[in-house]
Design a protein around this ligand. Sequence first.
Ligand code: FAD
Length: 607
Amino acid sequence: RGGMERHSYDVVVIGAGGAGLRAAIAAHEAGARTAVVCKSLLGKAHTVMAEGGAAAALGNRWPEDTWQVHFRDTMRGGKMLNNWRMAQLHAQEAPERVLELEDWGALFDRTEDGLISQRDFGGHRYARLAHVGDRTGLELIRTLQQRTVQLGIDVFMECTVTEVLKQEGQVAGAFGYWRETGRFITFEAPSVILATGGIGKSYKVTSNSWEYTGDGHALALRAGASLINMEFVQFHPTGMVWPPSVKGLLVTESVRGDGGILRNSQGARFMFDYIPDFFRAETADTEEEADAWYEDKKNNRRPPELLPRDEVARAINSEIKAGRGSPHGGIYLDIASRRDADYIRKRLPSMYHQFKELADVDITAEPMEIGPTCHYVMGGVEVDPDSQQSAVTGLYAAGEVSGGMHGSNRLGGNSLSDLLVFGKRAGEAAAAHATSLDQRGQRPVVDEADVKAAQADALAPFEVSAGPGGGGENPYTIQHDLQQSMNDLVGIIRTATELEASLAELERLKQRADRMVVEGHRQYNPGWHLALDLRNMLLVSECIAKAALARQESRGGHTRDDFPGPDPEWGAKNLVLSLDEAGTGVDIAEKPLPTMPDDLQQLFEDK
Ligand code: FAD
């Protein structure tokens, strides 16, 4: 049988979405022996689902667009809670990263002049999203995947990592299992990059797929790193509401970017009633001006349908609560009466098919019914903005699993560019770290006792015996109860009472999880996989609920009914979460935001 499978690399990247693949390419190009590990098939990562595009101030449609304007939009969209340095690097480097993708073979849609086409999205002052119809993520992944394979980077697919291994406080490797055989695998590596994506599967109504169980967030916590911004979960304003089997499935913001508007059951275009003071100066207050903006951005202000996502999601929520919703509990999104059928089919081919096939709705002829859906987590691993290294030496995080870049609310399109910019940076820094350790002859070694402990932890769900006094909890039931409770108690509008109730429920769920019983053996056993994922989901959900209870204000993706407005004091600090001493829960602390330098500060004072 020959013992446990073991591999040695300089850099191990966990995750094969945009961030992971871009990181692996960068590490490989820096000379590091690199591997990518992913729990689904290569090409299946979440990034493939991205629809609208990647935001980058290329200036192809509007030469006035610069990194400074993009930076300003991003910070304002995040209600100034973003890590300014990350937002700056992102805005500065996104154009180069997009153009580089094109060099590697990505085929973007074009302008009439043959440049990369850029489309409008909420919160972006100019049309800024480089796109491929409404299937941008697919092209991004296809390009990065092809390059990864061409470069000969090793890929371990359908392989789940359950532990980061350390020696004396530094990363030494990672431990995981093959999903198909259930056999264990150890990676020795001085640099590990977390690129595991988000947490959306902790919520019942979500646009996210089964993979989004917050593994990287939990791996980071357990390794001794910290998370920030976890109270900020983005509820995308437009998910499908009908039929029930597809509730939560995303309806891209491009529908509004391309001219779609929101109406309530009385036919009113209600977003004009929800323009917050913060955005009043740059938002149209009449339908005429809003409609004219699509053609003339210099002399008109943005339509209110294109306010940042948090604003639009809250407005929809209020309309539904006020009894002005659609028959299936949503609101209407109408592009049919605004654009001709050919245009809609060309610009939004996936949406056209999605509604036709799943809901029997022809979006070129009738409005869609939509409602908010859990979509993205702004919170993630606290990292150094330049290198993406966490508080643990040798542990990096890039993409959705990292925190700071988007502050309290992410602008659409800013994730795909984030993956590219910070994936590259993380890959380079991780490779440099491995090289510098080797130069000093100080590569950490994996401790066999830690491997044994990781193995025992992974097998623990098989050890619980069913029946009286023993276990009996089913992982699927616990997952269902967790999703329901996060949806009901830690959702789009929050109160102290509900958040306290959610923390009490999370404690009960954790106890139930200790009594989970997994039947069968280790060969492809989804119940076992879920049992392991659930530990991560519970830990991460606790981070969200604790931070949401602590932040006594409303800002971006965090709305407190009992503290309805933003509070300048809260606007100057982050909440930082780390594993508690017992290793079973999380501690929370406040930390001041880093100070923005004067030249960048100036960008907000000019306007
Ligand atoms: P992912 O692409 O999710 O990749 C995560 C990887 O980690 C996967 O390979 C997974 O298998 C692996 N993994 C996870 N856990 C483990 C583990 N324990 N062990 C091993 N591997 C693991 N953003 C935009 O900017 N523009 C858009 O138009 C846009 N549209 C979107 C549409 C939809 C429907 C959704 C859901 C999101 C959209 N987003 C968009 C957001 C964006 O797609 C994601 O934030 C982004 O793709 C995340 O990329 P990532 O590389 O961080 O992670």
